[in-house]
Design a protein around this ligand. Structure first.
Ligand code: AKG
Length: 306
């Protein structure tokens, strides 16, 4: 028997209308930075890369996961900064704020280890072009993995998981933030899409095991499932490091297409985002209207509880 289901009768919360973005087309820069054990050098180096990206026309700059410190449980507590205290207590975010203001760009500042009281987080700060902190995302899903002979890493040994989604309105559209392992959880991306995100940014440092298999696959899936843009930014690979990053920072469009990518060396990718493609793809293939709200539903618990 034919189904009698009608989307308009489903008891699902109405989808948020895609907000009109302040710009339709703009350039994004993905700064795949080399990271050393010298924090001061890492900050100066990131500042130079941001400036170069802005000179090349980028209005949005994305940095890698943990760009001011080596990515190891030993280093995270030593390199951690008190972001809320600001100033000298957080030279990395002070630099990001200054760079955003003086270059008049939006910065999704990768992530740095954050100290808050006696806890440590893996935290991404978003700065507007006035230099103000617009959002702070603490990595929600910590990366604990054990594949004997390949990779064992227990991020939860030192870090505490964040408890909030982070979606932020910027001069370059509505952006949902996730950090690295957060990309594995499609529900988070779906919540961001339901809240009207144009773009998801994931600073990430995948590794030599899950990187080749999952990194691009996950980005393309999050973009195609939700019909929006996905940008990722990794540190450059250091083959001598304790944790070897996969690299391959990438921009994916709303049809799941790779628009720009790279290998593992240090580089700055500059690519164009055109938000009109989102509407086009959602018209071509109206997934939103085809959802079966009578069979399954997405529940945004954060919104429900707020
Ligand atoms: O999810 C993965 O496979 C890798 C995640 C990761 O490297 C991280 O969260 O730091």
């Amino acid at each position: 028997m034919a189904s009698t289901y009608k989307p308009e009768q489903a008891r699902v919360p109405p989808a948020v209308q895609l907000p009109v973005p302040p710009v339709t087309k703009f350039k994004i820069a993905l700064c795949q930075l080399s990271v050393t054990d010298d924090k001061e050098r890492n900050i100066v180096h990131a500042r130079r890369a941001i400036e170069e990206a802005a000179e090349k026309g980028a209005q949005l700059v994305l940095l890698p996961e943990i760009w001011n410190s080596p990515y190891s449980n030993d280093c995270l507590p030593v390199y951690a900064e008190d972001i809320d205290a600001g100033g000298d207590a957080s030279p990395s975010t002070a630099m990001l704020s200054e760079a955003a203001r003086s270059l008049q760009i939006t910065i999704v500042g990768g992530s740095i280890p954050e100290r808050s009281g006696d806890r440590l987080y893996n935290t991404c700060c978003v700065f507007g072009k006035d230099g103000k902190l617009k959002a702070k995302h603490r990595k929600i899903h910590l990366f604990d993995i054990d594949i004997p002979g390949k990779i064992t890493f227990v991020e939860s040994k030192t870090l505490t998981a964040g408890d909030n989604h982070t979606i932020v309105d910027t001069d370059v559209g509505r952006i949902g933030i996730g950090i690295c392992h957060d990309i594995e959880f499609q529900e988070l991306a779906m919540v961001y899409a339901a809240r009207g995100a144009h773009l998801l940014c994931y600073p990430g440092a995948f590794n030599m095991t899950t990187g080749p298999l999952h990194w691009e696959l996950l980005q393309r899936s999050r973009a195609a499932d939700n019909q929006l843009y996905v940008a990722t930014c990794s540190p450059a690979r250091d083959a001598g490091a304790g944790y070897i990053a996969w690299g391959h920072s990438t921009l994916v469009g709303p049809f799941g297409e790779v628009l720009a990518t790279t290998e593992h060396e240090e580089t700055i990718i500059i690519a164009e985002i055109d938000y009109s493609q989102i509407e086009l793809r959602r018209t071509n293939l109206p997934l939103q209207n085809q959802r079966r709200g009578d069979l399954y539903q997405l529940v945004d618990l954060q919104r429900l509880n707020s």
